[in-house]
Design a protein around this ligand. Sequence first.
Ligand code: 3PG
Length: 212
Amino acid sequence: SVIALPGVLDGQLIIPVVTIHDASTAPHVVAALAAGGIGCVEITLRTSSALEAIAAAAATETLHVGAGTVLTAEDVDRVAEAGARFVISPGLDERVVSRATDLGLAVLPGAATATEAQRALTGGLGAVKFFPADQLGGLNAVAALAQPFPTLAFVPSGGVSPLNAARYLRHPAVPAVSGSWLAPSDVLAARDYRKIEKLSREAARLVKEVQG
Ligand code: 3PG
């Protein structure tokens, strides 16, 4: 892509989405992702352990650790305090964006329509998470939205897998993809860190192929 992602997300082509129920597993998850060649992790605010998991992951100082499912400005304060370096939201809320910007965090809000993409641009953003990408029409939808907004980057999320990630990444408007396939819930529940490393390695290989 010709359009860079903000801050620490710049240069990350795969953003793993991880939902952690037991914070003590976070360092192992991060270590497995890193061993597989992944450079960042989005820990979702979907469990009561999320903030503790972010702190535990950030303390390893291996990957860029960020927070996902960030819905309010107060969430931004909490994840910043825990050590998150970037913030990702399923939708677009200017209060979340401005708080993250004020705190020096990279921010990637969600957009699913042309109206939201336009609002993101008006708000000075260079990139949005296109969510839920697969359900919205996948690459065809990204390509259609990229036409009127040639300066906006789209990070597809939702239904991204090894089957479609490379195709997304080859589109010039797509600097990165995000998804839970590197650390799916069943694999996390089984604490199968080898599996996470294997899936990460495969994803990193796919990135190398795309980069040629
Ligand atoms: C997200 O949380 O960003 C998406 O729900 C990830 O979607 P996936 O689980 O389909 O990868």
